[in-house]
Structures are given as C-alpha cells and as structure tokens.
Design a protein around this ligand. Sequence first.
Ligand code: PHE
Length: 341
Amino acid sequence: MEKSILQLQQEIDGFEILDAPQLEAFKLEFTVRKGKIAGLFAQLKTVDPADRPRIGQLLNALKLSGDTKVGEAEERLAQSAPASQPSIDLSLPGRRTFCGSEHPVQKVLGDMKRIFNAMGFSIATGPELELDEYNFDLLNFPPNHPARDMQDTFFITRGQSEGDVLLRTHTSPVQVRVMLDQKPPIRVICPGKVYRNEAISARSYCVFHQLEGLYIDKNVSFADLKATIYSFARQMFGTDVKLRFRPSFFPFTEPSAEVDVTCYLCGGKGCRVCKKSGWLEIMGCGMVHPNVMRNCGIDPEEWTGYAFGMGVDRTTLLRYKIDDIRLLFENDVRMLSQFSA
Ligand code: PHE
C-alpha cells in the first residue's frame, strides 16, 4: 500500500499541466470521484487496522497534493488570457481620433490673402535668409540707418564677398525681387515670416508674420492706396470700421503713412486694448520711392506705385482675444486645439 501511494505521488508530481485540456485530463485521472486517489482510499479498509492511521495520513497528504496542483494550475491558466473568454470588450466607448487644426495665425493670414486675391493681387514669396542688399540697400536704407544695427537684425554672416546674409526683417525684399524679375504692371502681396532681434515679451517676439502689398502701374495715386486699404479694412474688420492715415516715414516710400482702424473691441470708445485712444495701428504704407524703382530697373517717370505692410500676429491676438504673443509660437496643443473647426 505504501508503495502504491509513493508511486501515485510520483505520477502526480511528474504530470505537466500547460493548458485547459491537460488540466481536465489530470483531474479525470487523479482527483475525480472515480480517480486514482479515490481508488487508493477505497483500499484503506483492507489495511491492517494498526497501520490505518499512518496510511490514512499518507493518503490525506496525497489527496492534498493533487488538489493543490489543480488549484495552482487553474489560477495560472486564468491569468494567461483564457481563450474561452472574448478578448474584445464590445461595451467599451470608442476612442476619438484627434484632428489637427489650422493655426490661428494661418487663419487670419488666409482671410487677408482671400481679400487681396479678390482685388487682383497675386501671391509672391521669397527666402527668409536674405542678402543685406535686398533687405536694406535696394530699399533705399542709408548705410547708417539704425534698423541695420545688430539690435534689430539677426546677421548670419558678415563681410562675405557676396554681401552680408541675414534673416529678413520685413517682407519688402520679396517686393524687390518681384520688381527685379517682372515688368510692370505689378500687383502682388508677399506674406511670410520675418525676424527681429527684439526683447521677447507678451507684446513682441523675435519672429512674426507680415503681409506686404505692392502695386505698380501707370498713374497710381495715393487715392488708389487709400481706396484699397479702406476696402480691405471693411472686409477684415467690419463695415463700420473707420480709418485714420497718419504721416510717417519709411526709407522706401514717399509720402508714407501709418494706418489706424477704430478699435474693433470697443468700437472707438476707448478700452484697455487700444489704450483708451479708440484707435489701433494696423499697417504702414506709402508711394514707392523713386530711388527704389530706379534700383530695381523701373522708370519712375513712367510708372508709379504704392506699397503697404501689416503685421498678422497682432491682428490674430486681437481677433481671438489672446493676451500674449508667445502663445502663438509655443506649439502647445492645449492652446492650439481650441481653434479646431
Ligand atoms: N516694411 C515695413 C515694415 O516692416 C512695412 C511697410 C511696407 C511700410 C510697405 C510701408 C510700405 O515695417
């Protein structure tokens, strides 16, 4: 009897249970009511009564080891993804796909482009890395003009034979390139990024967007410029908008003006944004300087033209009531996702 118990114990120990069918086979062979363990218990009554307590103890230990093996195997198989249960939970809510959105600056730029396109302006682009010649010289900047100073301009290389290379400080060099390339009449807008070496704050950043325009034809007058700007402003800021042209100075235009619109937050009454003045400056403009025309091979006796340039980012801040320009350039999705659809 003892030998049979020992032998069965070895069989139990040697039985490998790796999956559900093997577990089932183990139970059938050893632990069910008609299994081998129960079979040995049935023989207990044939054992000499003096030996029964000891043999009984051995049998109980055998039964326990069989049951323990079944318990452990069940636990192990339940953990390793039971094939009998569905692996997809059909009741889970679906995942929303994340959809990107147009950057607020691009939205405003898109509106500006559409308005000018409808007035017959086509789009011209140029490099952000420019030659000093295009960014300053040909635009009639005197050699000692303060805007060339290191304070404002990011120079890339200086003193090279082809001239200084810099990050363009405005999009006017694109207009120079167009004038050098094309014969008048010319009617283009030049949107793009520009760079200035300024202290970064809530109101100014080292990179921003401009949209400049150039129109050259016969007998173009300041009245044409005003009409164009006025039409643009009504479409961009609303039909109630009023304009104010203030005399100003740019090396590349003469006469020059800066344009203010009635503050479209307070309607001209005066608020924090317009600093109680009721007006917001939106652009610089003027008649193209004869020197610039000559520099670009266009005869100023035959042709006249106007140019204007505006900042896109400031308009974006005002339109969406954003109070810090740096938010436009940080690519923080928590900010950008508010502009989807
Ligand atoms: N280029 C000017 C600037 O960056 C803007 C401007 C363009 C002014 C055209 C007048 C005419 O400030």
